[in-house]
Design a protein around this ligand. Structure first.
Ligand code: FNR
Length: 334
């Protein structure tokens, strides 16, 4: 069974944390990887299918055929599914659906976006500790894999601790704390002192999060650990920008990371629009270069791959998949 001490973790990130990025993070050295937040009712529209061609487990939306969640053996012991939910019963139904395919379940209690708050999810749950507790304890008491949650800090260390103690009493195995309040944005300074205050006072592992602005190389991860007094750290933006941040041996050049990412995206038939989005977030300001503009014009995965010398690889793989019966989903535009 998975434990949460001394772990370096890929944080949940909508659209970024799909299978190719999770596998890349693991191959670079991440100990655990979170999925992007998956919304409970969307998940409940899906059906589990084993994909014989890709050797993946797919949860396929029954209304439009899109893949809600794709996973595979390589990550089975290390992937944590993050759920967006405001309802214990629905959360439990999803957890039961995926219980045998993932290592743990996490509940998102930190998302400040309007979509989440209006739906009573994400950070809205922090204002309703009884409801949050109920969701967590329902899962803890009814599923066989670990349950955790990811929160933001409150305005003071004491308030944060009070909330965390309530959540911990549900029986969760760890808690990830993003050291910003619900009103603070990524550009604001993180508060490692509040994470530390809580970590020193509770009995389960705290996973420190929010340090990416100061994490430019692998060794910076240990500085953030030190500042927060936590044995585990979770990285979002630093990994989004250059996933090789997980490598103990040091960062790889951006082009190498893109190439390795694209190979996985092709191998696992990742949706082209999603692949393009992830590469865009690695390129960042370099999109405004001749090569960047060529990339932005790409319509297919093969065209994207060609920019990084993988056009032939992509073409052959896709032809082989097509012959085996995977339906083409290879246009970038919807
Ligand atoms: C996020 N974050 C986030 N958090 C979460 O709990 N579920 C999610 O699905 C997402 N999605 C997401 C997408 C993207 C593109 C970013 C940049 C961030 C928040 C993230 O996990 C993390 O808490 C913050 O980014 C702070 O950590 P870093 O970036 O300083 O390491």
């Amino acid at each position: 069974m998975l434990t949460y001490e001394n772990k370096i973790i890929l944080a949940p990130m909508v659209r970024i944390g799909t299978l190719p990025m999770r596998l890349l993070a693991l191959r670079y050295g991440a100990d655990l990887v979170y999925t992007e937040e998956l919304i409970d009712w969307k998940f409940l529209r899906s059906k589990r299918k084993y994909n014989e061609i890709l050797k993946t487990v797919d949860f396929v939306d029954q209304t439009d055929g899109t893949i809600v969640f794709r996973t595979c053996d390589e990550e089975k012991e290390k992937v944590i599914l993050q759920l967006g939910t405001c309802d214990a019963e629905r959360a439990l139904k999803v957890a039961k659906l995926v219980e045998n395919d993932v290592a743990a379940i996490d509940i998102n209690m930190g998302c400040p976006k309007e979509f989440s708050i209006k739906g009573g999810m994400g950070v809205a749950l922090l204002a309703q500790p009884d409801k949050a507790y109920n969701i967590l304890s329902t899962l803890v008491n009814n599923i066989s894999i670990p349950v955790t949650c990811k929160i933001r800090i409150k305005d003071t260390p004491e308030e944060t601790l009070k909330l965390v103690e309530k959540l911990v009493s549900s029986g969760i195995k760890a808690i990830a704390i993003h050291g910003r309040t619900k009103d603070e944005r990524p550009q604001h300074a993180v508060h490692p002192d509040i994470i530390k205050y809580v970590a020193q006072r509770i009995s389960i592992p705290v996973i420190a999060n929010g340090g990416s602005k100061e994490i430019e190389k692998h060794s910076d991860i240990y500085k953030f650990k030190e500042m927060t007094g936590c044995s585990s750290v979770m990285l979002a933006r630093a990994a989004e920008w250059n996933c090789s941040i997980f490598r103990k041996q040091g960062l790889l050049p951006m082009d190498t990371v893109i190439e390795e990412y694209l190979k996985l995206a092709v191998e696992y038939d990742n949706a082209p629009a999603n692949t393009k989005y992830c590469v865009q977030n690695i390129l960042r300001e370099l999109q405004d270069t001749p090569r960047g503009r060529q990339f932005l014009d790409c319509q297919t995965l093969e065209q994207i791959c060609a920019i990084w010398g993988l056009g032939e690889y992509c073409h052959e793989k896709q032809s082989s998949y097509q012959k085996q019966g995977i339906q083409g989903r290879w246009q970038v535009s919807p």
